[in-house]
Design a protein around this ligand. Structure first.
Ligand SMILES: [Zn+2]
Length: 541
């Protein structure tokens, strides 16, 4: 385990409020000296999880979990000490101290590496403005890059001949090979990048650790990147992150686009918080890196099939990182264009519109499911449900998982079954329906579709999910209908009584209430009660 100065962890504890950190995950309410909430470490409905800001500790009286701000992050996010510290440092906006666990040899090797890539960057930069770099320079200018942008991103040109292996020949072979810039061939070393437009890839400190080279003669692949080295791991590196990091904090959001040139153009035209994965698809490490700043990400993809697929992949990857206050969205550009073209041809405002029209994750996932499965058939619904369930299970924030599940349940009910929604007295004010009744109603709906049709308005007002499998009922059609009607009458009476209670309390509060409406309610209650009695009486015969 990495060792940190105690003073650093103390500073974290001092700078951050335990209440703030915990309430990002679970709602807390103040009672007496402490704050209380439902424990995130065991399943419970009544809060037994207590947090003391003053003491800097939390304690669960239900399961015994106990700890401080650091152990909370470690346990609730299932991360190691170092990651927890890092995350807290990001929240507090303070820099992590350097961990000194590297050997002097390692440090020396890294310094050599950075020195070589730095020199190579300078060389490539110079070459862009020579005769051999003419085509490359023309190309990048045509893509809308100003000299200023070329300078800022340190864009350069790797010529057709092997320049690194010849110009850097005084440097130890192994050191050169370690940077990925040269390779060993039959006749000695040769350059990995030849005749390419060169985009340096920076680490978080702004040092060049690798390159991405774009072909200029139309050959495929369009981009080649340095293969992974000691200091460069493609799956963990996001292009443009070193330039975007401050903006990601400031704007409290990151935008992820597909290409490097797109990312640069976005950064320079109103969206400094934009980054791009490196030629590869997005990885979990990319998402994790972005989520260290905040958990608000807008993914911007091509509107075609491949873009939809990439978006779905991003969505699945991001699910475990979602928190209650995360804002993850998906924006799509139609017509096979990319952000670069939109910015060039239609301007920043058009791009802003696309970003503003992005779809929240919950809606995106729902739309995908409805596009990919035939939700108007029972079989399609079963598959769609399974898919949604799999997705939801990836959300680690249990409260959020529950909320989204409920949202989808209500969408399934209202959209898949196309049942009309009743809009009078909010059903939620009525007492909860007991499980036994719910089960009977479910079996009745399952067994007698004709009854569900007939009482559709009433049944759909109950907010019961009829989508799961229910056992068939033993009741005859007649008894089943009596059950539904009597239940409907009971609910009606409850509703009337609620209205009456409301009117009486209004009266007590000095609101002018028409006495006629009270009488009307009483009359309706009596009528409904008589009907109910009659029905139940007949039932007994
Ligand atoms: Zn607990």
């Amino acid at each position: 385990m990495a060792k940190f100065d105690n003073s650093f962890t103390d500073e974290l504890r001092q700078r951050l409020s335990l209440i703030d950190v915990i309430s990002r995950r679970i709602p807390l309410t103040k009672k007496g000296q402490n704050y209380w909430g439902c424990c995130p470490f065991h399943n419970e409905k009544t809060p037994s999880f207590s947090v003391s800001e003053e003491k800097g500790f939390y304690h669960c009286f239900g399961c015994g979990e106990h700890g401080d701000i650091i152990s909370f992050v470690m346990k609730s996010e299932n991360v190691d000490f170092k990651t927890a510290i890092k995350e807290l440092a990001d929240m507090a906006g303070i820099k992590m101290p350097e961990i000194k666990h590297k050997t002097p040899e390692q440090i020396q090797a890294e310094e050599n590496y950075i020195q070589i890539t730095e020199n190579a960057t300078k060389l490539y930069q110079d070459l862009l403005y020579t005769d051999s770099g003419k085509i490359a320079l023309e190309y990048i200018k045509k893509r809308g890059f100003s000299d200023e942008m070329i300078k800022k991103y340190r864009i350069g040109y790797a010529p057709k001949n092997s320049i690194i292996s010849s110009k850097f020949s005084d440097i130890n072979k192994d050191k050169l090979i370690a940077t990925g810039l040269v390779r060993v061939g039959n006749y000695g070393l040769y350059d990995f990048f030849r005749d390419k437009l060169m985009f340096p890839i920076f680490n978080a400190h702004g040092q060049v650790v690798a390159f991405s080279g774009r072909s200029l003669d139309g050959s495929e692949p369009k981009y080649i990147n340095t293969t992974d080295t000691e200091l460069f791991h493609k799956r963990q590196t996001i292009f443009g992150f070193n330039f975007a990091r401050d903006a990601i904090h400031r704007q409290n959001r990151s935008i992820v686009v597909e290409g490097q040139i797109d990312a640069i153009q976005m950064q320079n035209h109103g969206f400094p918080e934009t980054v791009a994965p490196l030629g590869t698809a997005l990885t979990e490490d990319h998402v994790s890196l972005l989520c260290k700043s905040n958990r608000n990400i807008t993914f911007c993809f091509d509107g075609d099939n491949a873009g939809q697929k990439a978006a779905m992949r991003a969505c699945i990857l991001v699910l475990p990182f979602l928190r209650d206050n995360s804002d993850v969205r998906f924006a799509f550009i139609s017509g096979g264009k990319d952000p670069d073209e939109i910015l060039k041809n239609q301007g920043e405002s058009a791009m802003k519109k696309i970003i503003d029209n992005s779809v929240p994750l919950v809606d995106f996932l729902w739309d995908c499911v409805n596009k990919n499965y035939l939700t108007n058939t029972p079989n399609g619904r079963t598959q769609a449900e399974k898919f949604l369930k799999d997705c939801l299970s990836k959300i680690t924030d249990k409260i959020l998982q529950n909320e989204i599940e409920q949202e989808y349940n209500s969408r399934k009910f209202n959209q898949w079954h196309k049942w009309k929604k009743q809009k009078d007295t909010p059903e939620s004010e009525l007492p909860d329906i007991d499980n036994m009744t719910i089960n009977v109603i479910k079996s009745v709906v399952q067994t007698y579709p004709e009854l569900s049709e007939k009482y559709i308005d009433f049944l759909s007002s109950l907010n019961i999910s009829f989508d799961e499998y229910a056992q068939k009922t033993d009741l005859s059609l007649e008894s089943a209908e009596k059950f539904v009607v009597s239940f409907k009458l009971q609910r009606y009476i409850q509703k009337l009584n609620l209205e009456k209670k409301q009117l009486l309390s209004d009266m007590l509060n000095g609101v002018d209430v028409n006495p006629e409406s009270l009488k009307e309610i009483d009359k309706n209650v009596i009528e409904a009660q008589e009907k109910l009695d009659l029905l139940l009486d007949m039932n007994n015969k």
